[in-house]
Design a binder for this molecule. Structure first.
Ligand code: MN
Length: 257
């Protein structure tokens, strides 16, 4: 088999669970889907995107990991099941997709052990946190006093609030500055950080907007609460973030792990 020259990046798919969509032809069917901005950002950054369907079998997750050189845990129309961090759902809790979340957590844990680069975006960052024993605010407006508006309407194609980057963080090194303007389309956020994680960006209201492991400095593991893929064409930092991620995936590929 010809060795691949470009890194292949697996992006976790979202699903509608057969309920929340208006695609007449698919009504009642469970459909896997993903905003094209994810695959476009990966391709424009010099890697090959593939979408990873939601599966249960450990063997299939292992097979995914043998086919890819990096992972994007994507966002989507779902909330992480509060059961996974020991809470009952608040009334504002959105659709839960436990099969998806469990697969993403399994994928993340195994990929991390392998040293594979991982980028968690929005719900993907929250999955990383919960996978490492962290907790979430289930609904920011009800649980964070004086919170900014984190649910940007109608579309997060432009930045809406600032984040302050932590000293020494990978994001600050990539950005080369202290503050970034980001988009925001989330009603949940990280409450208690998972084991070994540190907040590397916060909004002015204290909401954690990005995380990375305290250690593991050799590998690329970053979670961002915002959507760099939606800002890719307009925002130089978003392009730099994807470029750096893809470069790490390229190194992983070359390392023959
Ligand atoms: Mn936000």
């Amino acid at each position: 088999m010809a060795k691949r020259k470009k890194p292949v990046i697996g992006i976790s798919a979202d699903s509608n669970q057969g309920r929340e969509h208006d695609l007449v032809d698919y009504k009642g069917d469970t459909v896997l889907w993903l905003k094209k901005s994810y695959t476009d950002a990966v391709e424009k950054s010099g890697a090959t995107p593939v979408i990873l369907p939601i599966v249960k079998a450990k063997g299939t997750i292992d097979a995914y990991l043998s086919l890819i050189d990096g992972i994007i845990l994507s966002g989507g129309h779902f909330d992480i099941d509060p059961k996974l961090f020991g809470e009952k759902p608040l009334p504002q809790c959105g659709p839960l997709k436990p099969d998806r979340t469990l697969m993403e957590i399994a994928l993340f844990k195994k990929a991390r052990k392998m040293g594979m680069p991982i980028l968690g975006i929005c719900g993907g960052m929250q999955a990383i946190n919960v996978g490492l024993g962290g907790t979430l605010f289930q609904h920011i407006p009800a649980q964070v006093p004086n919170a900014l508006k984190h649910e940007q309407k109608p579309k997060p194609t432009k930045p809406s609030h600032n984040v302050i980057l932590a000293k020494g963080s990978i994001l600050k090194r990539i950005a080369g500055k202290d503050t970034l303007k980001v988009n925001s389309t989330h009603h949940q956020s990280v409450k208690d950080l998972g084991r070994g994680l540190t907040a590397c960006a916060r909004a002015k209201d204290g909401v954690i907007e990005a995380l990375e492991p305290v250690d593991d400095k050799d590998s690329f593991i970053v979670g961002v609460q915002w959507h760099p893929e939606q800002l890719f064409d307009s925002d130089p930092f978003s392009r730099k973030l994807f470029k750096r991620f893809v470069a790490s995936c390229g190194k992983y590929l070359d390392s023959d792990k």
